[in-house]
Design a protein around this ligand. Structure first.
Ligand code: HEM
Length: 104
């Protein structure tokens, strides 16, 4: 990663994210069932899932694939922006999220 910390090699650090992500995804699926709104039928949820994929890809570049430090730092900043976008889509139940204020 950016700082090259040795803790990144620890078993806990490598396993925990997968456990956490699985719990989060299961929680998301449970929420869709509770409110009867689903990706592909509800546009804000479709955008959320697409944005989640973009966020994961940016994370891969930031933490692994980025060839230079600059590439990794830019990918990290874009990942944070994407995360904020996902939260704004969730809070506003609006596919444009915060972009709605700039585009509408
Ligand atoms: C990084 C990923 C995600 C973040 C940060 C996130 C964040 C949030 C937040 C903050 C809320 C609460 C909105 C409110 O209180 O009004 C929410 C609601 C919700 N999220 Fe997510 N979410 C993510 C991914 C997903 C995914 C992938 C799905 C579905 C496949 C999903 C499904 C839902 C649903 C259905 C609700 C509405 C719950 C309700 O109205 O009771 N989320 N999300």
């Amino acid at each position: 990663m950016v700082s090259g910390n040795a803790l990144l090699q620890a078993k806990f650090t490598r396993v925990a994210p997968h456990v956490i992500d699985t719990i989060l995804l299961l929680a998301a699926v449970a929420l869709t069932l509770q409110i009867n709104q689903y990706p592909l039928t509800s546009s804000w949820l479709t955008v959320k899932v697409i944005a989640l994929v973009v966020y994961i890809l940016l994370g891969v570049i930031a933490l692994k694939r980025g060839k230079t430090r600059a590439q990794r730092v830019i990918a990290f900043a874009l990942a944070l922006l994407t995360f904020a976008f996902i939260i704004s889509v969730a809070l506003l139940r609006q596919p444009l999220g915060f972009l709605h204020y700039f585009l509408a």
